[in-house]
Design a protein around this ligand. Sequence first.
Ligand code: HEC
Ligand code: HEC
Length: 225
Amino acid sequence: MKSAAQLRHLAATIAAAAIIGTAGIATAATTTAPSATPVAPPQVAQCAGCHSANGMGNPVAGFPALAGQPTAYLEHQLYAFKHGTRRNAIMKSFATGLTAADRKAIATYYNSLPVVAPASLPAAPSDDLGKTIALHGAGVGTAHVIPACASCHAAGGLGRAPAFPRLAGQPEQYLEAQLIDWRKGSRNESNLHLMRNIAKDLTAQQIKAVAQYYASLPPTGTSGS
Ligand code: HEC
Ligand code: HEC
């Protein structure tokens, strides 16, 4: 079990790598489209049915928004679906035929799409359990320390390129399913296993609370704080 201090150190290391990696490039805010939107790669016509033509997903069906998510993150997910380190039957079928160049083009395209405010957001949970975990973590002083989600996913859950995706406004059932998938091992990313180590210490009640909290936050705003 990693201590909160170790996890914070890992987070700082990754954040530093992110800053170095993007030095010299005008900050690619995840919420604004660069002036030149790349031409849609041909494959994205198939993705629209679930992730919507504007890339904002389908909250009712639980399909995640892709718009504005970090390019490297999206690229890596498509690789993981194809190679089975992230197991999902639907997405495997769409990712299998994609080459590395396709993944890069698709990820660049979705990253460039502006994040659109949804017509409505689900109500915030009536208690503070999810919010407290998100902002302050849990279990401090025990063998099961949960670091604050915001330390990596940024204030408001808006994410931080290149490694930390936006959580704000994603469908509740999607967020919950991801945390359960890490616990089960069907999502098994190589990113130092940050999320696996966190998810294994969350209870079902904490997972539900934090998923509900992030689903209720607006996905629009300035990221990277
Ligand atoms: C039939 C519906 C459907 C279609 C069509 C579809 N997806 Fe998905 N997509 C999903 C579902 C469901 C998930 C969540 C999978 C999971 O729980 O791991 C997902 C997840 C993703 C993710 C991960 C998002 C994240 O935040 O980690 C990416 C990236 C993605 N899809 C890209 C695509 C691309 C690119 C296409 C088109 C080539 C596509 N999808 C077509 C249903 C679909
Ligand atoms: C030490 C950094 C760190 C902390 C702290 C952290 N995360 Fe993450 N999180 C990540 C990384 C890295 C990823 C991307 C994993 C991947 O590449 O598959 C991620 C991805 C996720 C995803 C998947 C999003 C998507 O679009 O599929 C969810 C959900 C998530 N985190 C929830 C949480 C919650 C809830 C907390 C707090 C209890 C938390 N995270 C704390 C680093 C962190």
